[in-house]
Every structure is written in structure tokens, then in C-alpha cells.
Design a protein around this ligand. Sequence first.
Ligand code: GAR
Length: 209
Amino acid sequence: MERIKIAVFVSGGGTNLQAIIDAVNNGALDVDINLVLSDRMDAYALERAQNAGISTVYINSKDFKEREDFIDRFLRLMEEYDVNFIVLAGYMKKVPPELVRKFWGRMVNIHPALIPAFCGKGYYGMKVHQAVIDYGVKITGVTVHLVDEQYDHGAIVAQMAVEVRDTDTPETLAERVLEYEHKIYPLALQLFAEGRVEIKGRKTYIKDK
Ligand code: GAR
């Protein structure tokens, strides 16, 4: 089996990226992090990557006149850095469909709720937690899923439930959910590293060790 060489796509603080870096460094996650890519130059996640000695790149469609050039550059970056698996970790841009198709089955996202609840277009970051609290559900969670061409839609790989407390604000809930994200993402990626994720239609099945 080919070793997994990932690019992590980020837009913000990068605490999930940090959890992945830490898991690699302490031997819990068997992948190479070849690149951290951001659509925002000021993403703190880029600093985390640099501190860990990982290559970083900024790319944003708004800097390209022609969409084709943007897509070309994006695809070339993946080749240049020898990336064979993409990890979205708080990446707030839609991934171009050309890339999604190329990396189908080899691109995952983490969503801060239990898909299919509180997901889809417009549900990202703090907006998810606000919606969870407004609705009054007692349980939310985290979902790791494959990326397809629709928002938060690809086959689910792993989920964990997280309690919603009556006293929660979006901020306190986000903090609790993030703790679970940091646990589940390295675990889910390790399943791919061990070749244990089987994709059949709309579902994934986890093979025994
Ligand atoms: C995380 O909660 C992640 O699940 C969410 O953004 C946050 C990024 O935090 N992603 C989405 O909402 C994607 N739809 P981080 O930058 O500290 O990892």
C-alpha cells in the first residue's frame, strides 16, 4: 500500500492541523504532511505549519483572472508536493470540482456537527454551533466524511456525539466540540493510513485490523 502523503487545507486557527501534526509527531498517525495550503495569508494555521517545519502555500481564486489558471496551479501544487490525500481542516472555501474528482475517495473533511444535521451551504464554523443552540438539540457532535461535489455530503467515515448543555453559548460549545475533533481526526486518518476504509456507494465500511 502506498504511504499517505497529505496536504492539509486550512483557513483559520488550525487547531485541527495542530492535532494532526501532534499525532504524527507522537507516532499515533502514520502519514507524511507534505503541504499546508490556505486561501488566507493571515491564517494562524500557516504559522503552526511553519513552526513544525512543514511547507506552506497560499492560493486564492481571487488572484487569478482565468479560472482555468487557478485550477491548473492548484493541481500542479498537488503534484509538486507529491500529495496523494487531501485533508480539509477548517477550510472555508469550496474545493474546485476538478480537484474533488481527481482525489475522489482520498479527500476528507471534518464538520463540527452530526451530519446530516446542521450541515450544507451556510453551515460552517460558529454558525453551526449557533444553529444547534437555536434549535435546542441536546446532542451534537463531529463528523469526518469524504468530500464529494456537494457541501458536507460525501460518505461518512467517523462520528462522535457531544453533549449540548443548557448554559452553552456558541463559543463554549465550539470549544467542547473541538476537543472531540482533535481526537477523531487523527484516528480517522489513521484508518486510511492502514488501508481500512472501504467505500461502497454512499457508505464506508471499516475493515478489522
Ligand atoms: C472546526 O470546528 C471545523 O470543524 C470547522 O471549522 C473549525 C476550524 O477550526 N469546519 C467547518 O465548519 C467546515 N464546514 P480549526 O481551524 O481550529 O481547526
